[in-house]
Design a protein around this ligand. Sequence first.
Ligand code: 4NP
Length: 176
Amino acid sequence: MEINNMNKESEKLYKILFICLGNICRSPAANAVMQKMVDDAGLSARFLIDSAGIGNWHVGELPDKRMRNHGFKRGYQVNHIARQFDARTDFEAFDYIIVMDEDNYKNINRMSQSDKEKKQVIRMIDYITEHPEATSVPDPYYGEGKDFDYALDLIEDGCRGLLQRLCESESTPNSL
Ligand code: 4NP
């Protein structure tokens, strides 16, 4: 199904929270990439997109300058202010909690209180279709420029896949 076939007038709001460890590299980038894809598709009113970190070290900070710069070169405004995931409110506030790697998955799952909450936690890799070598979105924080570019490649791939899957779920509910 074409992304543009998603019903722009429908009442259903997709609430998506991207998660990584520090909330200054991968998840704010995913936040910006997904927002731009949704905006470009004319679907802004159908989505609420945010991001958060497992840790609290960078709360209140702008994203890492390297991710801001690499994102900017691709046309993304990576300018989310870091915050920490809050299990008391975020499971309720969001439908889909999309994690970047397996450590994130374990950490968020540990904080879930029900089967419903467990089902909300989804790996970004599950939406990545063009990088068969990848098993997660690796942390670029201790890496170099190429690691930030690779993280963005995977994030773009995953966001495209996620949006596509949500479009398909409009005709086949619960197929995500
Ligand atoms: P992120 O990268 O999880 O993609 O935001 C990291 C940023 C900072 C740290 C770890 C990962 N840190 O340990 O400060």
